[in-house]
Design a protein around this ligand. Sequence first.
Ligand code: HEC
Length: 132
Amino acid sequence: MKLHYPLQLIATIFALLSVSSSANAQSGENTYKQVCANCHGAGVLNAPKFGDKAKWAPLIAEGQVTLTAHAYFGVRGMPPKGGNPNLSIEGFSDALVYMVNNSGGNWKSPDAKTIAAINKEIEARKAGMNKK
Ligand code: HEC
């Protein structure tokens, strides 16, 4: 009995890890479909279109922290939080990961450290706007 316990524990941890990573992929896709696809599906207002690798390449090159922060904050025709005030930074990030990974990129759901860096960049944007 004692020997089985650690194996079961490891199996449980692996099961939890795989559930949580597929849950992220799932919610990123759902958020994309519910929020972002309205504009990014058809390229409304010149939004970079889902799957358009040429349009996404220079954006992806800005890096995950910069691009996620600027888009969440809002930039030109892109409304803050994708126009959904209830959308968390985590939910927004996962929707963007889903869009990027279907448009030539290979990003991961941001970990706590990356989320912190994104929040810091958003604060920097806010501070920059307030100076004007
Ligand atoms: C109301 C329409 C609309 C919705 C909804 C929307 N976007 Fe956008 N988005 C735009 C437009 C328009 C642009 C192009 C902005 C520009 O360059 O003028 C854009 C640009 C972007 C960019 C590039 C920003 C940059 O730095 O150039 C990202 C990233 C992005 N959107 C992510 C998202 C995500 C993720 C969602 C869903 C959570 C979303 N958008 C929902 C209209 C929308």
